[in-house]
Design a protein around this ligand. Structure first.
Ligand SMILES: Cc1cc2nc3c(=O)[nH]c(=O)nc-3n(C[C@H](O)[C@H](O)[C@H](O)COP(=O)(O)OP(=O)(O)OC[C@H]3O[C@@H](n4cnc5c(N)ncnc54)[C@H](O)[C@@H]3O)c2cc1C
Length: 411
């Protein structure tokens, strides 16, 4: 490659829309991979880019003031444009529209993350909160500090973590869940059912099969007529890709609003990539398209996108096909999950869910496809490697929690 070709390669302007984990990691990975052209990171929030997991943990409890990434953007030559909202993309012109005017790009990376789903009819009702941003956490901290009674709508990951923090702060906590168990969208009934006890153990009240009819100032009214007094209502009923601004862009979106990227994390439009919570990708490993709203995906995907951008197709970059991973800290337990299971996969228990530590493996035709570990990080670490390797395991031996999972792999 001539010097001129090299210069042309590196001088393309990369603009990243969204300055959360995935956007920041894309910019950093570009530099790590030797990309020397201009990189601009545009974020709607006014704050220095920050990490979200601590928001429902240390930040909420006031154990940490904030969670800004420890990255010297200036030293890396990354231009930050904060407090700037991207409103549209004109792909034919290679230009973004933003609240601060148009921004041209050669390569665009979509990293606008996800936004929480609001409870219908709760808009503008005082005391109703979401938990996605640093500002959301800052609004909730005084509620916890005052020890006010709270109602949490939704017993998913965010609801469980908020309830944990609120109980630790001494609040009276009621969690309202429409399904018959916590985490109904994520885990099968027999695996999620034991988790219901965690709420009661912590002193939180979990109401399953309970639907919210309306939220009023100071109360949540259920459709069976029960009224739950609440100084604050925290809504954790899911999140959807923050892609409304792409509606007229010509960039293909999936039915749930994700940017449907390919295995290189390229979108349907040339020179536009998508990473993190806003994107979905085809998983050859699991034979389906995955939308992953977890931190590790916002770390790994950007490395693939950056490798393609930095190399401009010149390098052999493996397809993006990760074993998804996430963790949650709830009710004094460290919960970890790696892989992806379907309803038809067979769960295999390691240990008794009434005990503090246990795990579940999912098998598909004898192959380990996913593992959930509660207080058993070794099972998670070993299981994750077996899932990555597509290993078949000896189910009879794996059912004994005293047997290390790694030793159950069949030749
Ligand atoms: C409270 C909380 C706790 C979590 N805890 C865990 C955990 O314990 N474990 C785990 O695995 N995962 C956890 N997650 C999930 C994890 O944080 C996300 O998967 C990760 O943040 C996704 O990164 P992202 O950059 O794709 O999206 P985001 O973090 O959402 O960042 C996107 C950024 O883009 C900005 N943006 C959006 N639209 C625009 C626009 N039009 N113009 C400009 N900027 C825009 C947003 O303001 C935001 O700053 C948690 C999430 C939350 C909210």
């Amino acid at each position: 490659m001539s010097e001129q070709q090299r210069a042309e390669r590196t001088e393309r302007r990369v603009v990243v829309a969204g300055a959360g984990m995935a956007g920041v990691q894309t910019a950093v990975a570009l530099r790590e991979q030797g990309f020397t052209g201009p990189v601009t990171l545009i974020g709607a929030e006014p704050h220095q880019p920050y990490d979200r997991p601590p928001l429902s943990k240390a930040v909420l409890l006031g154990k940490a003031e904030e969670s800004a990434f420890d990255i010297d953007f200036e030293a890396l030559g990354i231009t930050l444009r904060l407090g700037c909202e991207v409103t549209g993309v004109r792909a034919g012109d290679h230009e973004l529209d933003t609240s601060e005017g148009p921004v041209p790009y050669d390569v665009l990376v979509l990293a606008t993350g996800a936004e929480p789903v609001a409870l219908p009819g709760s808009d503008g009702v005082p005391g109703v909160h979401l938990l996605r941003t640093l500002d959301d956490a800052a609004r909730l901290r005084p509620v916890l500090e005052a020890g006010h009674p709270v109602v949490v709508v939704g017993a998913g990951w965010i609801g469980a973590e908020f309830a944990t923090a609120a109980r630790a702060a001494g609040c009276e906590v009621t969690v309202v869940e429409a399904a018959d168990r916590p985490l109904a969208g994520a885990l099968p009934a027999e695996v999620a059912a034991p988790m219901a006890d965690w709420y009661e153990e912590s002193g939180a009240r979990l109401l399953t099969g309970a639907r919210v009819a309306r939220v009023e100032s100071g109360a949540v009214v259920l459709d069976d007529g029960r009224t739950l007094p609440a100084d604050a209502v925290v809504v954790g009923i899911g999140a959807r890709p923050a892609t409304g601004w792409l509606a007229d862009s010509g960039i293909a979106l999936g039915p749930e609003g994700s940017v449907t990227a390919d295995a290189a994390l390229r979108t349907s439009v040339p020179d536009v990539y998508a990473v993190g919570d806003c994107a979905s990708f085809p998983s050859a490993r699991y034979g389906t398209r995955l939308v992953v709203h977890h931190w590790d995906n916002a770390l790994q995907g950007p490395r693939t996108a950056a490798a393609h951008i930095a190399a401009q197709g010149a390098a052999d970059v493996p397809p993006y096909d990760p074993v998804p991973y996430f963790w949650s800290e709830q009710f004094g337990r460290f919960v970890q999950y790696a892989g992806h299971h379907a309803d038809a996969d067979t769960p295999l228990w390691r240990g008794d869910p009434a005990e503090p530590a246990w795990s579940v493996c999912w098998l598909r035709d004898g192959v380990l496809v996913a593992v959930l570990a509660v207080g058993r990080p070794r099972d998670l670490a070993q299981g994750r490697r077996l899932v990555e390797a597509g290993a078949r395991i000896d189910a009879a031996r794996a059912a004994d929690p005293a047997v290390p999972l790694k030793s159950t792999a069949l030749p």
